[in-house]
Design a protein around this ligand. Structure first.
Ligand SMILES: Nc1ncnc2c1ncn2[C@@H]1O[C@H](COP(=O)(O)OP(=O)(O)O)[C@@H](O)[C@H]1O
Ligand SMILES: N[C@@H](CCC(=O)OP(=O)(O)O)C(=O)O
Length: 254
């Protein structure tokens, strides 16, 4: 049997909510449907944000503490709901899921790195799709300074995946000029990675954390490990299968 292509799919909060205040079961169905279609040729590991977004659907926390602690508490409330929703929907498509919570510091310790790789390899070889998020209770880095893009890239490198797909709410990376002119145009082929950094504008979406800048940083991490990255519009249906068939505009960085 031919070796399956290993894909790390990163799904941001905006994709999962389809830019509303609620997690979109329809979007998770769309992801499950695509993974089910591709399952004979590809194996998936998912890095999913959305814990805080799910919690906000259910609760409003009162606290005199710093905002970051409230966000961590929300992530703790939302994470089990997020996984429950994934599990319910993926099961309908015949897909098995599991949860892994990781911290950035885990990537600095050899023993932790080995354990992550071994655990995920057992999961994947038994047809479980690991759904990874940051362990927000212990690490504030992501909520304060970055987001899951870098976590996805570090995980992709550690797992030596064949492709990193970052799903966001734009058709990939647009040229700065085209954003200014209100006619966004996707940079489809990246000839010079350093030039790409100059295209980032200082904006992010309503629920997003790091904007395009953190995606570029993620691409840099993946590039160092010789991993190709695609930045695709996760709001659209069939965004993975359509990207494979080149039916949609997206940014490909080799
Ligand atoms: N050159 C660019 N092309 C496209 N989007 C850009 C660019 N520069 C900055 N952005 C911003 O990055 C956002 C995506 O990142 P983010 O808000 O963190 O979403 P996510 O939840 O998917 O991680 C876009 O909605 C846009 O506002
Ligand atoms: N880990 C947290 C926050 C992650 C976050 O906002 O990231 P992203 O949507 O990828 O910019 C969560 O699951 O809500």
């Amino acid at each position: 049997m031919q070796k399956k292509k290993r894909i790390l799919l990163k799904v941001g909060s905006n994709t999962l909510t389809k830019e509303t205040n609620n997690i979109s079961r329809g979007k998770i169905e769309d992801i499950a449907n695509q993974i089910a279609k591709l399952k004979d040729s590809c194996e998936f590991v998912i890095v999913s944000s959305g814990a805080i977004a799910v919690a906000k659907q259910f609760v409003k926390l009162e606290s005199k503490h710093e905002e970051v602690f409230v966000k961590q508490a929300l992530a703790s409330i939302g994470q089990p709901h997020l996984i429950r929703i994934y599990q319910e929907i993926f099961r309908e498509y015949g897909l098995l899921t599991s949860q892994c919570l990781l911290s950035y510091s885990d990537f600095e310790k050899q023993e932790s790195k080995t354990n992550i790789v071994n655990t995920i390899n057992v999961l994947v070889s038994n047809n479980y799709i690991p759904i990874i998020n940051e362990n927000d209770t212990v690490a504030t880095d992501e909520i304060k300074f970055g987001d899951n893009d870098k976590l996805a890239a570090l995980t992709a490198s550690l797992l030596e995946v064949d492709l990193l797909v970052i799903a966001t709410n734009t058709d990939g990376i647009y040229t700065k000029e085209s954003i200014k002119n209100n006619a966004p145009k996707t940079i489809e082929i990246v000839s010079n990675f350093e030039d790409l950094r100059k295209e980032v504008v200082n904006s992010k979406s309503s629920l997003g954390t790091g904007g395009m800048e953190s995606k570029i940083e993620a691409v840099a991490v993946a590039k160092k490990a010789n991993i190709e990255t695609w930045i695709v519009n996760g709001l659209k249906d069939n965004f993975i299968t359509n990207a494979f068939e080149n039916k949609i505009p997206f940014t490909k960085i080799k």
